[in-house]
Design a binder for this molecule. Sequence first.
Ligand code: HEC
Length: 204
Amino acid sequence: MSEKKSPRIRRARVSILCGPILGVALLLAGCQAAQPTTEVSPQEMERAKNTLQPLKEQLVDALTGALQEGDAESAIAVCREIAPQIAAELSVDGVRMGRTSHRLRNPDNAPEPWIEPLLAAYLEDPENPKPRAVRLDDSTIGYVEPIYAMSFCLSCHGPSIEPALNETILSLYPEDQATDFRMNDLRGLFWVTLPSDTGTETDT
Ligand code: HEC
């Protein structure tokens, strides 16, 4: 009996020790991520959301178009070429945007450091779709929205991918981790960085 208890006690001790350390570490990380302590304003949230909207719409349009034609190869081209192209075209006037994930197909889409804690927060609370944002510096905000897997995404990201398609995917992305998603799973994030509202930084 006493032998059975000891790991539990040890575990309890570890969490007592780690709790405060983790707390301080998170606090420090939080301070670093959002240097000026002002929150991103509702107006800035709205502007970020609107800035991201065309990327979301154009991507879904391009993908459904390609899939309706029944040509998986061209649908792959949409994800591979058109998606970054749309993001690049919309990334003007100090705006940058893209897609990222915790389980990547293309390692080039890895989360930037400011996105990592936000992604971790969604993974802890995956069904909470609210957008999140941080102040990156005096004049820039970073904003993210979760992407959930819809049924038509699963043909390329689901648990069973058609063999020929799977082969094409694996030949292009040998380190692919973006399979085995189910309907409504958190697939990743849309992200955008953009200039903050002028004047907010002087309020601090
Ligand atoms: C025809 C196959 C196909 C379909 C359908 C598809 N994807 Fe993808 N997806 C890909 C490919 C290929 C990439 C890698 C793109 C690149 O090289 O940047 C990708 C990349 C992504 C990424 C970027 C992160 C990463 O893993 O590199 C996200 C997010 C994503 N897909 C979400 C979705 C969602 C959501 C849907 C449904 C609305 C969807 N995909 C439908 C093939 C597909």
